[in-house]
Design a protein around this ligand. Structure first.
Ligand code: BES
Ligand code: MN
Ligand code: MN
Length: 456
């Protein structure tokens, strides 16, 4: 595609500058102070799409706005729905950032900023590929629709509602999502599985006020002690989660998939070394990749109780809270899991403690069939841009709305992550490789060509 590729080369610098503009907007979804920045980010994206000739609107929701855009109709050609998110995770702890999170900085071949890879930089690759087709060829060879949301990091509630009410508008032949990672540097991948999630908050109430731990300790249940033992009671020493019915619907890993994972030659030593830990732990009888991609897990995400300031304070706290989540594999139902959890918590709850469980959000895991012409088209597009064919991987993280694309829109999702595992998503010094950014744009542009060969 000489014209498109020339266009991409000659506008590469501007694409980076524009991405920096978007990254300067602190669209932290959970931060109430950031509401106006959520609107700014949505409006900025709409102003990228509208001048390309796409019918574009920002749609208000109960939460953060959606950006929706549709390209001019190309009869007989397939329709791709491009999904991404403009909300980003909080940037804290701020003092660990080498350059400030919302002051995007290019250094050693990367762009550093909160949202660089998750997901502003990645969704932007598709906007720029559409721009290239519009400006270099006068139009796209396929139909595209963009849906870009601001609540991915908190469970995509508004978008789920929108899909339920407007499935006809979002009708498509496949969904394209770039919100993930390659298997490694120069090892581009197509992801065919995501884990689901059930995220909970647990509140333990003990005595009616904080107490002197010397005068009262040992005579009543300390909520912080109780929290530690309740949380520990959710998993046993073999790494099996202790919730009734938890494994009932788990599909065992097939021999075929075991072999496929093994063939990826995942370097465990390097993995642990990069993370600064001295070895593997997890559910007994599984490899690290199996544990991360194809087995359900339990992790505490936050703990608070008692005195957190400098030095010591002998207090028996009145309350203790924890945030924790289960990662689920396809076929596990988040609601069934939290029902089982409630039963288990009732068993574990000691005398003198009242337990409250708040379910934050849940979404099921997904598996995408690999034998579709859309996957084959994506593989060719990736090989064209990265000069090597993709490997097929699963992913341990979640993109909650993908299940709704399958269930409500009946469309398979192409999960084409352009990032790397060391991009520091949700962590200080988030980055996106500029080479991957540009290859992502090139692969996206090629994808529209490859998809257009699939006649409907
Ligand atoms: N982009 C990530 C998910 C991801 C990470 C996919 C790495 C592939 C590779 C997404 O933004 C994310 O962080 N999802 C959350 C969802 C949750 C908050 C409902 C997650 O997995 O924790
Ligand atoms: Mn993301
Ligand atoms: Mn994320």
């Amino acid at each position: 595609m000489p014209d498109i590729d020339t266009y991409l080369r000659s506008h590469a610098g501007r694409f980076e500058d524009e991405l920096c503009e978007l990254l300067r907007i602190p669209s932290v979804g959970v931060d109430l102070e950031c509401r106006r920045h959520m609107h700014r980010a949505a409006a900025w994206l709409a102003e990228q799409l509208r001048p390309l000739g796409l019918a574009t609107e920002t749609i208000a929701t109960d939460g953060h706005p959606l950006v929706y855009a549709e390209s001019p109709k190309v009869p007989g050609a397939p329709t791709a729905l491009i999904y991404g998110h403009y909300d980003v995770q909080p940037a804290d702890p701020l003092d660990l950032w080498i350059s400030p999170p919302f002051d995007p900085t290019r250094r050693d071949g990367n762009i550093y900023a909160r949202g660089a890879t998750d997901d502003k930089g990645q969704v932007f690759t598709h906007i720029k590929s559409v721009e290239a087709w519009m400006n270099a060829e006068g139009g796209l060879p396929v139909n595209v629709k963009f849906i870009i949301e601001g609540e991915e990091e908190v469970g995509s509630r508004s978008l789920e509602k929108f899909i339920g009410e407007h499935a006809d508008r979002l009708a498509c032949d496949c969904v394209v999502v770039s919100d993930g990672a390659q298997f490694g540097p120069n090892r581009p991948a197509i992801t065919y599985g995501l884990r689901g999630i059930a995220y909970c908050e647990l509140r333990l109430q003990g005595p009616n006020r904080d107490l002197h731990s010397g005068s009262f300790g040992g005579s009543i249940t300390n909520p912080a002690n109780a929290l530690a033992s309740v949380l520990a009671g959710l998993v046993d020493r073999r790494g099996k989660i202790q919730v009734p019915g938890f494994y009932d619907d788990v599909v065992p890993i097939t021999n075929r998939e075991r072999k496929q994972f093994a063939a990826l030659k995942f370097d465990e030593e390097e993995y642990f070394e990069q993370l600064g830990v001295d070895g593997a732990v997890g559910e007994q009888g599984y490899t690290t990749l199996q544990r991360r991609w194809a087995r359900p897990t339990y992790d505490i995400n936050g703990l608070s109780s008692g005195y957190q300031g400098e030095g010591a304070k002998t207090v028996l706290p009145a309350t203790a809270t924890a945030k924790f989540s289960f990662r689920l594999v396809p076929n596990q139902d988040p609601e069934k899991i939290t029902a089982g959890l409630r039963a288990r918590l009732a068993e574990l709850c000691p005398t003198g403690i009242e337990i409250e469980l708040v379910e934050q959000y849940g979404s099921p895991g997904v598996l995408v069939p690999l034998d579709s012409p859309y996957i084959a088209a994506a593989a060719r597009a990736i090989e064209y841009a990265f000069s090597t064919p993709p490997v097929y991987i699963r992913e341990g993280a979640s993109i909650p709305i993908v299940a709704a694309f399958h269930e409500t829109l009946k469309a398979d999702t192409l999960l084409l992550g352009w990032g790397q595992n060391d991009d520091n998503t949700h962590s200080p010094n988030e980055k996106f490789s500029l080479a991957d950014f540009h290859r992502g744009i090139k692969a996206s542009a090629r994808l529209w060509r490859e998809l257009s060969d699939i006649r409907k």
